[in-house]
Design a protein around this ligand. Structure first.
Ligand SMILES: *Cc1c(COP(=O)(O)O)cnc(C)c1O
Length: 223
């Protein structure tokens, strides 16, 4: 696999050319602890995992002060294992999950509400039409702070369709932030992965989540 540092520098440069202060989350779900350490030594300060087991093994191995992002679907019964270990949850998508977080969190958790902008059935996330009501309802949970919205791009190579989805998320994020709800500052937009992070940056992402194009993947390494 390619050394991470030059790739990180290149992506950082690409993003800075579009907008300042876009945070890069290295998604390490497909790589081992050694490769994750390489990412941290390259200067990466945000790490993303999508399974409790993967998170636990990386947490144990990394001593540096990094921010931990949980980016995948979180089963309600796994909340207790994860919620006090992470800095950000990117997949708040249902009331039952909010209730469990409220019960298990020992401090306030920064959450992104996941939105299913494309409406694809295979994707989790709140229907955009219900997003404002859902976010308003979260005011009852003092362990949850809605820092922003998150989405996954539709499964297509059509750049225009992807761009429209990201535009939609940005618009919704601005609508929520303009409500000035104390529990939901909603200033952040988590969107863009290996194949579409530049489009996401152009459309106002503040966090991009990059796995394969930044740290690679084990399956790629075996090919
Ligand atoms: C795996 C994953 C990513 C990173 O995907 P790549 O295509 O490897 O960059 C980003 N976000 C979520 C939610 C993921 O599950």
């Amino acid at each position: 696999m390619k050394p991470i540092e030059p790739v990180f520098k290149e992506i950082t440069g690409q993003l800075n050319a579009i907008k300042d202060n876009i945070q890069i989350i290295a998604v390490t779900k497909q790589v081992d602890v050694k490769r994750t350490k390489e990412a941290v030594h390259a200067g990466i300060r945000h790490l993303g995992e999508n399974r409790p087991e993967g998170l636990a093994s990386k947490l144990e191995a990394i001593e540096e002060d990094v921010s931990w992002h949980y980016i995948g679907n979180l089963q309600t019964r796994k909340v207790k294992d994860v919620i006090n270990e992470i800095d950000y949850l990117h997949s708040l998508d249902r009331s039952s999950l909010a209730k469990e977080i409220q019960k298990r969190a020992s401090r306030q958790v920064k959450c992104f509400v996941q939105i299913n902008v494309s409406g694809e059935e295979s994707k989790s996330g709140i229907d955009p039409a219900n997003a404002i009501d859902f976010i308003e309802s979260l005011k009852d949970f003092d362990k949850i702070q809605v820092v922003g919205l998150m989405t996954m791009a539709p499964n297509t190579t059509d750049e225009q369709i992807i761009r429209e989805a990201f535009k939609g998320l940005k618009l919704l994020q601005l609508q929520v932030s303009e409500k000035h709800w104390a529990h939901a500052p909603c200033t952040e937009c988590s969107m863009g992965m290996s194949n579409d992070y530049l489009i996401a940056a152009q459309e106002g992402a503040t966090f991009v989540r990059i796995g394969t194009a930044l740290v690679g993947s084990e399956s790629e390494a075996k090919r």
